[in-house]
Design a protein around this ligand. Structure first.
Ligand code: KG4
Ligand code: ZN
Length: 340
């Protein structure tokens, strides 16, 4: 007997991207993301502006996702949405919309943990992409998160370590601000890093025990370093920008790789899956590819579309929960500090 197709609409609105995606089983039919340029002029996400933009974008984005997928609302099997973690005002827009739609269509509602979405995005069916085998380690690195998670099964996850202050993307973005780069600065630092000398300047790595991270000290040491050098030479930044970027990137990659080595040692697991916007970073990708040769690790580097905030990763969690009949009550609330 042929199995019935399951169509999941995923909705993501935890930070500054409004996204909707339609999956047929584990295949993506559409994944529409509306970013919000408005935050660039403020040098960071402004929560109040983000929720207003979600309110404006949510209906057209969902509409476009359904059209691109070539299906109607009536064909949907369930609506999955990001419950948290994230900005409360932003989460409320997606949550309320998802509830209303599922209620109106009389179909199941499925709440999704955004961090599980980043991890389970690796289970989206893609040509030439081998899904990770359990158990594996997931490292989620973005503007909002930095976590190492042991994944024993789809919904059996344990956070082994996380940042105790800034996220890794914030370290990039805040260092970029000090250097006069636009927001977000991660991609520009990465581009320049490839043109500079990674050992030109030395920044000390934070000393955090175990598998936790800290990035606020690094940001401060970069700030003091730049202030000192600019005092001696007002053109210091322009004259050495590529080298500064390369040195920052070298330090950040060192921090990430040290923690991953420790995690592999502690768990005996060497399958490493990455997620989050910073996983676009060329240095981190190269370091993981090198680790494949050097240490025999198996890295999983998915398409960038599924690593930055997007609704396909929410819909795949929705699909996996649907298979287990794990549905939400309609009184489910957005939760800004939701844990894995
Ligand atoms: O996942 P994402 O799109 O949004 C969230 O923060 O949840 O990640 C955005 C972050 C920003 O901090 C941005 O600077 C960083 O990812 N980023 C990068 C690169 N591309 C994006 N950081 C370093 N290197 C990159 N190539
Ligand atoms: Zn995210």
């Amino acid at each position: 007997m042929k199995k019935e197709n399951i169509y999941i609409l995923g909705i993501e609105s935890s930070c500054d991207d409004t996204s909707a995606a339609v999956l047929c089983n584990d295949k993506v039919l559409s994944n529409v993301v509306a970013g919000q340029d408005i935050h660039a002029e403020y040098g960071g996400v402004v929560p109040e502006l983000a929720s207003r933009a979600h309110q404006q974008n949510i209906v057209p984005v969902v509409d476009q996702a359904l059209k691109k997928a070539g299906i109607t609302k009536g064909q949907l099997s369930a609506v999955a949405f990001t419950r948290g973690p994230g900005l409360m005002g932003s989460l409320l827009v997606g949550t309320s919309f998802a509830k209303s739609l599922a209620y109106g269509l009389n179909i199941p509602l499925i709440d999704v943990n955004h961090m599980q979405g980043h991890i389970l995005a690796h289970f989206i069916a893609e040509e030439n992409y081998a899904k990770p085998q359990f158990p594996f380690l997931a490292i989620t690195i973005s503007g909002g998160h930095t976590q190492i998670v042991k994944v024993s099964n789809y919904f059996d996850m344990e956070v082994l370590g996380e940042t105790i202050d800034d996220a890794i993307g914030e370290a990039y973005d805040k260092s970029g601000k000090v250097l006069g780069l636009g927001y977000p600065a991660g991609p520009e630092i990465d581009r320049r890093a490839q043109l500079g000398n990674p050992k030109a300047y030395k920044f000390t790595k934070p000393k955090v025990k175990g598998l936790n991270f800290s990035f606020s000290g690094l940001k401060t040491s970069i700030l003091y370093f730049v202030q000192r050098e600019v005092k001696a030479n007002p053109n210091f930044i322009e004259e050495n920008l590529n080298d500064i970027c390369a040195s920052i990137q070298y330090t950040v990659i060192g921090i990430v790789m040290d923690k991953l080595k420790l995690a592999v040692k502690q768990t005996g697991i060497s399958r490493i899956a990455i997620g989050g916007g910073v996983s676009a970073n060329s240095g981190i990708r190269n370091a993981l590819q090198e680790a494949k040769q050097k240490f025999g690790w198996t890295p999983y580097l998915p398409k960038l579309e599924y690593t930055t905030d997007n609704a396909a990763m929410i819909a795949i969690v929705g699909y996996l929960k649907y298979l287990e009949n794990d549905f939400s009550d309609f009184d489910v609330m957005a939760t800004s500090r939701l844990k894995i």
